[in-house]
Design a protein. Structure first.
Length: 89
């Protein structure tokens, strides 16, 4: 990858990461509404919630974030390659 195309990819990568994080948060909230007992996921510092519930929510949130991030990063890399005809890495 040339220095120019690498410099072009950095802002694209940053923007897709931010969008991916926002999307992951929204997806997790929708999933939690369906599987949790509350509209909002438990806060780890809320001692009125069980440890089991807090840890399940954290694991689910981590899994959702990882899958959404991978999907967004992959789509960004494919889009970059389609525009520049070069791999981003």
């Amino acid at each position: 990858m040339s220095a120019i195309t690498k410099a072009m990819y950095k802002p694209l990568s940053l923007a897709t990461s931010v969008i991916g994080g926002i999307a992951a948060g929204a997806v997790f909230q929708q999933i939690w509404k369906r599987v949790g007992h509350d509209e909002k996921a438990p806060d780890p510092q809320d001692l009125n919630r069980s440890s089991k519930e807090v840890l399940i929510a954290a694991a689910l949130q981590g899994a959702v974030f990882a899958v959404v991030k991978a999907a967004v990063d992959r789509a960004g890399a494919k889009s970059y390659r389609a525009l520049t005809h070069e791999d981003p890495m």
